[in-house]
Ligand binder design. Sequence first.
Ligand SMILES: *[C@@H]1O[C@H](CO)[C@@H](O)[C@H](O)[C@H]1NC(C)=O
Ligand SMILES: *[C@@H]1O[C@H](CO)[C@@H](O)[C@H](O)[C@H]1NC(C)=O
Ligand SMILES: *[C@@H]1O[C@H](CO)[C@@H](O)[C@H](O)[C@H]1NC(C)=O
Ligand SMILES: *[C@@H]1O[C@H](CO)[C@@H](O)[C@H](O)[C@H]1NC(C)=O
Ligand SMILES: *[C@@H]1O[C@H](CO)[C@@H](O)[C@H](O)[C@H]1NC(C)=O
Ligand SMILES: *[C@@H]1O[C@H](CO)[C@@H](O)[C@H](O)[C@H]1NC(C)=O
Ligand SMILES: *[C@@H]1O[C@H](CO)[C@@H](O)[C@H](O)[C@H]1NC(C)=O
Ligand SMILES: *[C@@H]1O[C@H](CO)[C@@H](O)[C@H](O)[C@H]1NC(C)=O
Ligand SMILES: *[C@@H]1O[C@H](CO)[C@@H](O)[C@H](O)[C@H]1NC(C)=O
Ligand SMILES: *[C@@H]1O[C@H](CO)[C@@H](O)[C@H](O)[C@H]1NC(C)=O
Ligand SMILES: *[C@@H]1O[C@H](CO)[C@@H](O)[C@H](O)[C@H]1NC(C)=O
Ligand SMILES: *[C@@H]1O[C@H](CO)[C@@H](O)[C@H](O)[C@H]1NC(C)=O
Length: 511
Amino acid sequence: MARLASALLLAQTLLLSCLVDAQQKPQALGTRRSFYTVPSTMQIPVVQSTKYGQTEPGYMFINVLNRTAPWITPMILTDDGDLVWYSTEISFGPLRPQTYQNKTVLTTWIGTTNPEGLGWGQVNMFDDTYTLIKNVTLQPPNFQTFDHTKYSSYVDVHESQMTTDGSMLVIAVNITTANMSSVGGPGHGYVIDGQFYEIDVATNKVLFSWSALNHSSEIPLDDSVLPLTTSISGNGTSFEEPWGYFHMNSVAKYGSNYLISVRLLCSIFLIGPQGNVIWRLSGMDGGDFRLGANTHFCYQHDARILHQDADKVTITMHDNGNTEFDNNTVTRALALDIDMNTKLVTVNRTMRNPNDPIFAVSQGSYQTLANGHVLTGHGAWPVAEEFDAQNNITMTFQFGDSYDVSSYRAYKAPWSPKPAHPPVAVAFSNTAGNATTVYMSWNGATDVESWNVYAGANESSIAKVTSVQRSGFETPAHLDQKYGVIQVEAVRSDNGGTMNSTVVKVTAGGK
Ligand SMILES: *[C@@H]1O[C@H](CO)[C@@H](O)[C@H](O)[C@H]1NC(C)=O
Ligand SMILES: *[C@@H]1O[C@H](CO)[C@@H](O)[C@H](O)[C@H]1NC(C)=O
Ligand SMILES: *[C@@H]1O[C@H](CO)[C@@H](O)[C@H](O)[C@H]1NC(C)=O
Ligand SMILES: *[C@@H]1O[C@H](CO)[C@@H](O)[C@H](O)[C@H]1NC(C)=O
Ligand SMILES: *[C@@H]1O[C@H](CO)[C@@H](O)[C@H](O)[C@H]1NC(C)=O
Ligand SMILES: *[C@@H]1O[C@H](CO)[C@@H](O)[C@H](O)[C@H]1NC(C)=O
Ligand SMILES: *[C@@H]1O[C@H](CO)[C@@H](O)[C@H](O)[C@H]1NC(C)=O
Ligand SMILES: *[C@@H]1O[C@H](CO)[C@@H](O)[C@H](O)[C@H]1NC(C)=O
Ligand SMILES: *[C@@H]1O[C@H](CO)[C@@H](O)[C@H](O)[C@H]1NC(C)=O
Ligand SMILES: *[C@@H]1O[C@H](CO)[C@@H](O)[C@H](O)[C@H]1NC(C)=O
Ligand SMILES: *[C@@H]1O[C@H](CO)[C@@H](O)[C@H](O)[C@H]1NC(C)=O
Ligand SMILES: *[C@@H]1O[C@H](CO)[C@@H](O)[C@H](O)[C@H]1NC(C)=O
């Protein structure tokens, strides 16, 4: 219930940012795909993948939210758009494989979100059998929420980045008081403090914490571009209407420093181990640097350091260019070089689809793939794009209509799961009573090669009747006889073994 309520709240909020210029609207895709072996309550959106060139191998990881319906479906797909895995558990934020204790795990966020897209929850970690193995939680002292609700954990939706030391970087938001006179607000104002935490995953102990307000002498409130009156924030006059001036959306650790992306300052900061600001890159005026041609950025997401040495730092990001109250700039995937000697910022690479400009008012991601390729997720706009080393587009991966549908980030990665749960089958006999159709799938498996189908009048007479090649997420098999029960056995490639479904009664029904 709580999860559905949170999805609804989120939906209502994001609805505010759904107005779309008709000209910008991508081609409408159908609502959902239906499968016999997937619960009819699940919403699996139609996906349209278009390839223009060689793409990097890997599966697509998206957390698809339909704001108007509303529903959220976490999904893994092939980059041709074939479904591999869906989850019935509503989650949000980044859905992605990461490395923990030298193993590939799947991480995602669950919890409650509010109309501003902020959240209070935990990060769940699954192993490659899709079994929950860890949850990363945060219980900071005296945390305050809009409606004074207390939660068991206060991890915000925006980040869940593993470090190489077995810790995870997360964001949290706290409502507190501040003097807002510098921005024309009340002297006794209420603001949302942006914080980040490094948490040891094994113990959930906080290893490091940082608060924007603790550093307001270095990062004053009037650096924010957020007006006092917008649809996405309160104006700071009461505890229930705090001014969300900061809005951090990514954290990553390099050595002992932390790189943070702050959306509403259009800035990226490098924070030192004492919490000090080492430098600030502003997409508006450069900050500690000088902006060269075409290097302005704003409302950015997912900032990472691609390369760093004494002379040069290369930063990658999703440069939204737009936000709910300012949206007339074409969104791009952007890499910037900072010359640490001359302080000049230059474009390393910039990527967008020249034939289909995107205006992403929120969310988004930039992922560096092998061979110079880049995958960018456009957040509020339901498209991920892959570019090659020459910055030419090689794929568009679309999973919905315009601003109805979004995925906070999109990732592409190898994934070799071994689902612990069994395959699923359903079967129907025809009206004439002389044939049976079987539908079978194994949610989350990537290496099913074929299916053995067993059938009989009852469980004791069950015997193998046919073998069929896998054909997509759900494979049908047509049997030219009526049976009472069936059972299916998924056969993995490369002698990877088999796994059976339960024995399933055939439904009389003429399908
Ligand atoms: C985005 O910009 C267009 C045209 O400038 C405008 O019609 C639309 O309302 C804006 N959308 C949002 C979410 O601000
Ligand atoms: C999202 O929901 C709306 C409203 O129900 C529906 O019209 C639209 O087709 C849905 N989009 C997808 C991709 O399911
Ligand atoms: C991970 O692998 C490295 C290199 O093989 C090894 O030194 C380290 O102990 C491993 N860590 C864990 C948690 O297994
Ligand atoms: C947290 O993870 C543990 C397994 O490590 C699991 O037993 C527990 O149910 C999880 N709690 C929640 C709230 O997900
Ligand atoms: C959160 O804000 C409250 C004031 O509303 C303050 O008392 C508390 O110390 C803050 N907690 C943290 C972890 O910043
Ligand atoms: C807020 O800051 C302004 C400017 O520094 C100062 O004049 C005012 O007294 C402060 N208000 C409060 C309530 O501290
Ligand atoms: C903010 O500073 C106070 C005082 O130094 C400290 O106790 C608190 O932990 C800091 N907050 C965070 C989130 O680091
Ligand atoms: C601040 O917002 C509240 C709630 O929307 C509104 O009642 C109040 O008039 C606003 N105050 C100012 C100074 O804008
Ligand atoms: C972009 O940055 C990377 C990492 O610093 C570097 O290897 C590459 O040469 C740069 N590309 C251009 C065009 O400057
Ligand atoms: C790829 O990009 C290069 C450099 O921008 C350009 O010259 C070339 O025409 C592009 N190739 C294709 C197939 O679009
Ligand atoms: C099943 O029965 C129908 C109607 O008698 C007949 O047309 C059809 O060929 C039969 N199918 C099989 C597989 O025997
Ligand atoms: C699957 O079920 C069939 C029929 O019951 C049986 O013959 C086969 O050994 C089972 N396979 C496995 C891996 O259990």
